[in-house]
Design a protein around this ligand. Structure first.
Ligand code: NDP
Length: 419
């Protein structure tokens, strides 16, 4: 059917690449392009001969618009899959517009340098107007809507698990299960154990920024912000068991608040073990999570980037991780005039992911929906010009593809609710 340019070759991209190669009818050719070309070559070498998909590799700095455009013009892909970092979102969107090609990613834009005065002024205005202080928000990418519409191109934002699949669950609930959704609780449980006292399951810099930020939720038309980790609940997750979970700010709350009509409250909870929280608090207290450069023996060092260099690479956690993830959405609302609840969720096994594609379940649960999102655009199942999040499209083909490509979901009509 076509060609995809995959940018990035880290933990999540490894899964995307395997999944595209399993789906050669759609992904006839892929190009893997990243900063470190040797990583792209290593995965090509592993997969060549096991798949009909033709694989090429390239070196690219996705912060450099000219380099990106030269690569896109030469390869002529049908879609650019941004599986690098949120820092690159805007540059890659610019390149797609310039070269006339569809775009997708798995996380919304945030700047690498949060001290940049130009960015900071806009950020501080947004904090005041919107009422949440996370470094990431959709405004930067939504600002591209008109440009993509005019160019007749589609940008699909956040097609990972959360964001991504969680929004497909919401669109599915809205379409098939409810006349009115009143509340949504997104629960992200990782019951996996990698045996390290402290490691992150995806890019440490992005992960620790997200988790150490104040939490917030949407209620009755506005944001409520709370100190980080100050709302804790315990939940008994199917196939995982009892876990402590904490309310976090998360990007899909922002788009769901706009796209699920009449929703009164949206919250996001993630599970953390005590060891993770103790390490994170200590690192935060000593300044290791800071994004502001410090001078060290004549060098400028960004503490969180230095910490990333010390922590295990998430792409190497696969062989060590055992246990399961359970991620889903609990809905309350009304159907045919009666109160109704539903819980749509997926359970994913770390070891099974490793056997299939050599990765742990966090990369797997992100990489599979990234492949599916790209497939939706490449096959024309999702086809409208502009900038969209997952819940703005018909959920049915996406939900069907989740069952087919490794992330089957189930519905519990009588879940325990979170108070
Ligand atoms: P990794 O750090 O493992 O990989 C990032 C990759 O991007 C690396 O290969 C890196 O190259 C490459 N890269 C970074 N900067 C550039 C650049 N300027 N030009 C070209 N390539 C670059 O991250 P993950 O795989 O863990 O995460 C990937 C994305 O997935 C992130 O945006 C993350 O936020 C998102 N994510 C989304 C989730 C969801 O459910 N929606 C869940 C988990 C992650 P190099 O190897 O040379 O450093």
């Amino acid at each position: 059917m076509g060609k995809a340019l995959i940018i990035g070759c880290g933990g999540v991209a490894g899964v995307v690449i395997h999944k595209c190669c399993q789906n050669s009818d759609v992904f006839e050719e892929i190009m893997i392009a990243s900063r470190t070309k040797s990583k792209c070559d290593a995965i090509k070498e592993k997969l060549d001969g096991t798949t009909p998909t033709k694989i090429r590799t390239a070196k690219v700095d996705a912060d450099n618009l000219d380099e990106l455009c030269a690569l896109i013009d030469e390869y002529k892909p049908d879609i650019v899959m941004n599986i690098a970092l949120p820092y690159q979102d805007l540059t890659i969107m610019d390149a797609c517009l310039k070269c006339g090609v569809n775009y997708m990613d798995t996380a919304n834009y945030e700047p690498e340098d949060t001290d940049d005065p130009e960015w900071r002024a806009i950020y501080e205005k947004r904090c005041k107007e919107e009422g949440f202080t996370a470094y990431f928000d959709y405004s930067w990418q939504w600002a591209y809507k008109e440009k993509f519409e005019k160019a007749g191109l589609t940008a699909l934002l956040g097609s990972g698990f959360d964001p991504g699949v969680t929004q497909a669950y919401c669109a599915y609930a809205q379409k098939h299960l409810f006349d009115q959704i009143d509340t949504i609780d997104i629960l992200d449980c990782n019951g996996g154990d990698h045996g390290y006292p402290f490691a992150t399951n995806f890019n440490p810099e992005i992960n620790l920024r997200e988790v150490s930020a104040p939490g917030s939720y949407w209620e009755n038309g506005h944001w409520v912000e709370i100190p980080a980790m100050s709302i804790k609940r315990e939940y008994d997750f199917d196939q995982v068991g009892h876990k402590d979970m904490y309310l976090l700010h998360h990007e899909e709350i922002e788009s769901l608040a706009k796209n699920i009509p009449g929703v009164q409250r949206i919250r996001f909870f993630m599970t953390f073990g005590q060891s993770y929280l103790t390490h994170m608090k200590c690192l935060e207290n000593v300044g290791m999570l800071s994004t502001t450069p410090v001078e060290f023996e004549g060098h400028q060092i960004v503490p969180i980037q230095f910490l990333k260099a010390l922590l295990p690479d998430p792409a190497t956690l696969g062989p060590r991780t055992k246990g399961k993830t359970n991620i889903g959405c609990i809905f309350t609302g009304k159907k045919d005039g009666k109160e109704k609840t539903a819980y749509i969720y997926n359970v994913c096994d770390h070891k099974a992911c490793y056997r299939e594609v050599g990765s742990q379940a966090i990369s797997y649960t992100t990489g599979v929906p990234a492949m599916i999102g790209a497939m939706m655009l490449m096959t024309g199942r999702w086809n409208k010009p502009g900038v969209f999040t997952v819940e703005e499209f018909d959920p049915d083909p996406y939900m069907e593809a989740l069952n087919k490509w490794g992330l089957p979901w189930q519905i519990n009509d009588n879940p325990v609710l979170v108070d």
